[in-house]
Design a binder for this molecule. Structure first.
Ligand SMILES: Nc1ncnc2c1ncn2[C@@H]1O[C@H](COP(=O)(O)OP(=O)(O)OP(=O)(O)O)[C@@H](O)[C@H]1O
Ligand SMILES: [Mg+2]
Length: 210
């Protein structure tokens, strides 16, 4: 299986934007296994619209939880028992971009975190980091968790206004490659996303085990 598991250093860092960007660069499907919060929209709907994907390329969520909160709590409030066995990648053709909820240590059930879902899916991980102050600490912590579990890491995508010093620190101290920098976009749509060139070969990253 080829594709990416897109995670982030935090919620709201740009995982959905980066997932849509990836799908403007590569042919593939999108899957958000756990969606917490459906108003005003879902990440699946956002990616479908931004990347202008055929609806058939958006795979159904395993869990669609109403409250926009940490999944374990959103599930509790909806009286839903999350079950890792039910979080299985639906059948699809070709490459898949999977977007996690929040960051790597977001709990799913007792003793199981988003990083365990990444492990189970065995896809190269893309870590989305914000460009601004605080990102070095969050990025290095996330990289440490990925490496401690021996998970495949494709690299980092940095989102937001350009901060060359933060990029340099992430590369130097994190010993990681930057796949792309997504500038702070005034207009987010298929054209503006497609215009952002990856710095590395995405197809190779998606298919080759790092
Ligand atoms: N580089 C950027 N340029 C312009 N807008 C951005 C950029 N990065 C993120 N955003 C905007 O910031 C908001 C949060 O981004 P996004 O939804 O991609 O984050 P997320 O990590 O997927 O959040 P969640 O944890 O809720 O899934 C969105 O409105 C998105 O369009
Ligand atoms: Mg998202």
């Amino acid at each position: 299986m080829s594709g990416f598991f897109v995670t982030g250093t935090d919620t709201e860092v740009g995982k959905t934007l980066v997932s849509a960007w990836l799908l403007t660069q590569l042919d593939g499907a999108y899957w958000k296994p756990i969606q917490a919060g459906t108003v005003p929209t879902t990440d699946s709907a956002t990616v479908q619209q931004l990347a202008e994907l055929p609806v058939s390329r958006v795979l159904p969520e395993a869990y669609l939880l109403p409250e926009p909160m940490a999944p374990h709590e959103s599930a509790r409030r909806a009286n839903i028992a999350l079950d890792m066995e039910k979080i299985k990648l639906p059948p699809h053709d070709g490459l898949v971009v999977v977007e996690g909820a929040g960051g790597l240590m977001v709990p799913i059930v007792d003793g199981t975190y988003m990083i365990d879902l990444a492990d189970a899916l065995d896809l190269p991980i893309i870590l989305v980091a914000r460009s601004t102050l605080g990102t070095i600490n969050h990025t290095l912590l996330s990289l440490e968790a990925i490496r401690r579990r021996g998970l495949p890491l494709a690299g980092v995508v940095i989102s937001g206004s350009e901060t060359p010093h933060n990029r340099a620190a992430i590369e130097r101290f994190g010993k990681v490659e930057v796949i792309a920098e997504i500038p702070q976009l005034e207009t987010v749509n298929r054209d503006t996303l497609k215009a952002i060139e990856p710095e590395l070969d995405l197809l190779k990253l998606a298919t080759v085990r790092p």
